[in-house]
Design a protein around this ligand. Sequence first.
Ligand code: TRP
Length: 343
Amino acid sequence: MFLFYLRSLMKKEKEIVMSGIRPTGYLHLGNYFGAMRNYVKMQEDYECYFMVADLHSLTTHPDTKGLKANVHRVLAENIASGLDPDKAVLYCQSHVYQTSELYLYLNMLAYKGELEKTPTFKDKVRQHPDNVNAGLLTYPVLMAADILIHRANYVPVGKDQEQHLEIARNYVNRFNHRYGEVFPEPYAFNFNHQLVKVPSLDGTGKMSKSENQMATLYLADEDDAIRKKIMKAKTDNGPTQNNSVKPDYIENLFLLMKLVSGNETVEYFEEKFNNCSVRYGDMKRQLAEDMVKFISPIREKVNEILKDEKYLQKVMKQGAEKSTANAEATMTLVRNAMGLNYF
Ligand code: TRP
């Protein structure tokens, strides 16, 4: 008996991680190094729920013709990048009906004024002035429901989503205060030094889904497209003084090289830069070949998975079952706490 007690004290339950990915567009190198690679590490140490946010996409994309293909692609890209559906729960938002129920309850704790001043809402109103629907306004409420349905502790997201997490914490506090402790406060997962920013190829900011396609490398890019994009990257005539400071666009090429080339390669070109004998054409050719070696196996794996619809359905079904079981356990607590338990 005592031993059992001791063991239960020592056995630390895994903390819960949850995140969502919108099924819009193709995954690029920035997503891979900024998010995916960290998800892959987290699946070893946490109980992870990674979700494709198909319902959220309805707030801005009511036409659902391409939705299924997009959901398949996101799943395939995530699996090809190393997420293991047997380690992390990979699922589709619309398969967990409990989220919609929790969303409704949270809506009663959500203040219109608070939602209206959310920067992401204001941005979307600007982008889609003729479709400012209530779903768009309550986007953060649905996102909070996604997180709270799993009683998640950590949410790995980019800076642009931190305001949404703060809103989620407000709902947690309002709910717990009114109905009793059910939810932990979710916090952004902080990667600190591991957070890699992948620069765009035109020397302006980061790689991004929507901006200049020629400056962004996608996991779906064919070898020739990869080569072409890299060879087009901006350079100049090279430094004229030993050990110069690198201009941003050159620093970016080195950053990319550090991600996909070997140390010796990076050192070789650093030395050439420092003694003013660097030839950027050679450097870009080398980077392009290393990039092709990096991206092409992932791209091929994605294509292989996409061809196997049975497999994708199996993954989704398994994810739906696991996430629904966890969601139902949360909703039992929620309904009991709220007194919505009539039988
Ligand atoms: N809003 C997130 C984004 O645009 C996607 C998302 C939906 C999400 N639900 C979530 C992220 C829950 C984290 C947790 O990227």
